[in-house]
Design a protein around this ligand. Structure first.
Ligand SMILES: C[S@@+](CC[C@H](N)C(=O)[O-])C[C@H]1O[C@@H](n2cnc3c(N)ncnc32)[C@H](O)[C@@H]1O
Length: 237
């Protein structure tokens, strides 16, 4: 267990935050600058699967997300740094279920279950809920699409994933639960924030210090589901 309460160690250290790219086949490339990155080296030293762990540690510190015994869903969990972190935070009385298109290395922690699949797939969504065993206290979404390099198209693809996370969170969260979703300060941002404000009573965006300089990435925490709101339009996939 690390001082910050996250469960480690683990063998693989593979992806970080906004600097990741996925190859045409499977998996994310670890770019040359990722290798040189101080946070990458620190994560490797401390046994985290990626530098993304430090973002979640900071989000938890600033938002008080986690408590022992909670049920957590991690959307876009590969390679599993957030799983490591959440597992330690909720302890053995809690449960963490992660899902990704890419199969993450199994984890030794008994409170973690890793599924492979598309978050847009209803059958996968049903598996997640069954694995969780009850309503979620926190839904995490670090979902990121395979980038094409065409900024407006990538922004729309990411916004689609964020809206899927919102719609799923609405189905899965207990009424006072929290959704933490990765967003970007791009043309889609204000529309996504409006959707979140329509669904949740409290919405707060945070840019973690561990986010790369120059990145427009931030994380928005939405808490307290409003009653009787329709889900955001579920994007066609
Ligand atoms: C930034 S990485 C997640 C890093 C992770 N939070 C960690 O701590 O290791 C984003 C992930 O989103 C996944 N992803 C993108 N679209 C997805 C989808 N439709 N369903 C499931 N996972 C998806 C990618 O495969 C990728 O592994």
């Amino acid at each position: 267990m690390r001082p910050n309460g996250c469960a480690v160690p683990d063998r693989a250290l593979a992806c970080g935050g906004t600097g990741m790219r996925r190859s045409p086949g499977e998996g994310w490339d670890v770019s040359a600058y990722e290798r040189k990155d101080a946070a990458y080296r620190r994560a490797k030293r401390e046994g985290f699967r990626s530098r993304a762990a430090y973002k979640l540690v900071e989000l938890d510190r600033r938002l008080q997300l986690f408590r022992k015994g909670q049920r957590i869903i991690d959307l876009g969990c590969w390679p599993g740094a957030w799983l490591q972190c959440a597992s330690g935070k909720v302890g053995q009385s809690g449960r963490v279920v992660g899902v990704d298109l890419v199969a993450a290395e199994p984890m030794a922690e008994k409170n973690v279950q890793i599924l492979v699949g598309d978050v847009a797939d209803d059958a996968v969504a049903a598996q997640i809920l069954a694995a969780l065993g009850g309503p979620a206290d926190v839904v995490l979404s670090d979902l990121a699409p395979k980038l094409t390099g065409v900024k407006p198209a990538d922004a729309v693809r990411h916004a689609d994933l964020a809206r899927i996370a919102m719609a799923r969170a609405q189905q899965w969260l207990q009424p006072e639960g929290a959704l933490v979703v990765k967003l970007f300060m791009d043309a889609e941002y204000q529309g996504l924030i409006s959707d979140l404000r329509r669904l949740f009573r409290s919405v707060r965006s945070i840019k973690p210090e561990s986010t790369r300089q120059g990145s427009s990435e931030l994380y928005t925490c939405a808490r307290g589901l409003r009653d009787g709101q329709d889900s955001p339009a579920f994007p066609e996939t």
